[in-house]
Design a protein around this ligand. Structure first.
Ligand SMILES: Nc1ncnc2c1ncn2[C@@H]1O[C@H](COP(=O)(O)OP(=O)(O)O)[C@@H](O)[C@H]1O
Ligand SMILES: [Mg+2]
Length: 463
């Protein structure tokens, strides 16, 4: 058996609202296009994964250039919901003992290790006061996730060609939805964390805003589309291609974990290809600074570690588990634990039986199994050597990690983009009506003092 009977649409993050839960079929059939199989025939990137001379790395012929139509659109694919459509989620008996988010870190079982660095000591790189929402014009919708809509915006009056072009991705979240879905703490954490981290494989956050309806996060526009799109189109990746992407994610996680930040939503939908084909991790909606463990159920069903499902408290090890799921999904084409229902997925994760297609070589299996160890104290990445054990795993032999972090390695897919506002790698969703993003169209007068301390407004003072 090579491909399962299901095809694999986008996975929604778990929103964990307490009421208003609607179960939907998570596995609507989606056509999987395989017209870019050719890109996988390119020679190995690793081993050895060593830097190519810059000139060679930049030559079009040197890397695989992919120029594609927008990804499949239509009802089947858009399983992640816009904020006004409360998302698919079922509360399962297994999950009902969840602890509340606040105060959840008060019961660590082992003495927490101090982080290598403190996020508080990093400077916020947000621009304050120099930009206004009305400085931007909306060019298109790039995506909708479980909670957010992300728009392509451009600074008014700038051109799309040349160095002066100023295109950005603007993540828009509706305040009432955030409150209703109990995501206030998560959204504020997303802003705080992204404002202070800085890494070549993590999306940059430049500024945040709010108007009477929404909060906004202005990020770098990453034009190459989701890894999800490229993976579904290719079917699966060779170990070499997988190694390139996984290695960048591991460096990003190692960096985040050094601040005790856990990411908690690793999946191909949240990994974007930049213009040179390098990944950028986006969507810090579930990222959290945690000394030891935390108890909130969040993430995406197929990517949840057993300890999250069992409400046993989870920490960095859950991100390493997700690395195993991601590695498998890239090499096999679908995640190791899938089912038509969330409950079914959780049962399979806890049972832990993995089907190995014949073409998966023993070393790749060894890596995936090491990440997917049900006992987190024995899981790769969470052992005494920490992330260094991952870097030293024989599957990564030959990878030049420093060169990779300096972005000197040739990427396996270089997305074709012709201008800075080229959105060919994103779905072309309709623009939101003006009255849903009022602050982008007219300067709103600050609300009277009495309203500024309303229950909802009060929760987004940072923005
Ligand atoms: N910086 C960006 N550049 C381009 N597209 C982006 C960017 N950030 C997000 N997107 C697109 O928007 C989608 C939703 O954004 P995300 O932050 O993941 O929201 P959610 O928290 O709702 O999942 C992403 O899956 C991606 O397709
Ligand atoms: Mg997302």
């Amino acid at each position: 058996m090579d491909l399962p009977v299901h095809s694999f649409p986008r996975s929604a993050s778990l929103p964990i609202p307490s009421g208003d839960l609607r179960a939907t079929n998570l596995f609507q059939p989606v056509p999987i296009r395989r017209d870019s199989e050719a890109m996988l025939s390119e020679g190995p990137i690793t081993p050895p994964m060593s830097p190519k001379p810059q000139s060679e790395a930049n030559r079009e012929g040197g890397a695989i250039v992919v120029d594609v139509q927008p990804r499949f659109s239509g009802a089947g694919v858009q399983r992640e919901m816009s904020p006004d459509q409360p998302t698919s989620s079922v509360q399962t008996p297994m999950l009902s003992h969840r602890q509340p988010e606040s105060g959840e870190d008060e019961r660590p079982r082992t003495p927490p290790k101090p982080p290598l660095r403190l996020l508080e000591n990093e400077q916020s790189h947000l621009r304050k006061g120099t930009l206004r929402l009305t400085d931007f014009e909306v060019k298109g919708t790039l995506g909708t996730g479980t909670f957010a809509r992300v728009l392509l915006v451009r600074i008014r009056g700038t051109s799309t060609q040349g160095p002066s072009s100023q295109c950005f991705a603007l993540k828009v979240l509706r305040k009432t939805d955030i409150v209703r879905l109990r995501q206030v703490e998560h959204v504020n954490a997303e802003r705080y964390i992204l404002s202070r981290v800085h890494h070549p494989f993590i999306v940059d956050l430049f500024a945040t805003f709010q108007d009477s309806l929404n909060v906004y996060m202005l990020m770098s526009y990453v034009p190459g589309g989701e890894l999800f799109t490229h993976l579904r189109r290719a079917g699966r990746f060779t170990p070499d291609v997988t190694r390139f992407y996984l290695a960048t994610i591991i460096l990003a996680l190692k960096y985040l974990h050094s601040f005790n930040i856990i990411y908690r939503d690793l999946k191909p939908e949240n990994l974007l290809l930049d213009s040179r084909g390098y990944l950028r991790l986006t969507d810090f909606g579930f990222a959290k600074t945690v000394d030891d463990r935390t108890w909130t159920l969040c993430g995406t069903p197929e990517y949840l570690a057993p300890e999250i499902i069992q409400s046993d408290g989870h920490g960095k090890a859950a991100d390493w588990w997700a690395c195993g799921i991601l590695a498998y999904e890239m090499m096999v084409g679908y995640p190791p634990f899938f089912d038509e229902t969330q409950y079914g997925i959780y049962e399979k994760i806890l049972r832990g039986r993995i089907h190995w297609p014949r073409e998966i070589d023993p070393l790749s299996r060894d890596l995936v199994k090491a990440f997917l160890h049900p006992d987190r104290t024995k899981r790769l990445g969470n052992l005494i050597g920490g992330p260094q054990d991952v870097l030293d795993h024989p599957w990564f032999r030959g990878v030049d990690w420093e060169a990779l972090e300096r972005r000197e390695i040739r990427a396996p897919i270089v997305p074709h983009v012709s201008s800075s506002d080229d959105t060919r790698h994103y779905s072309h969703l309709p623009l939101p009506p003006q009255d849903e993003i009022p602050g982008l169209f007219r300067e709103e007068r600050p609300p009277p003092l009495s309203q500024r301390f309303e229950a909802i407004a009060y929760q987004f003072l940072e923005f």
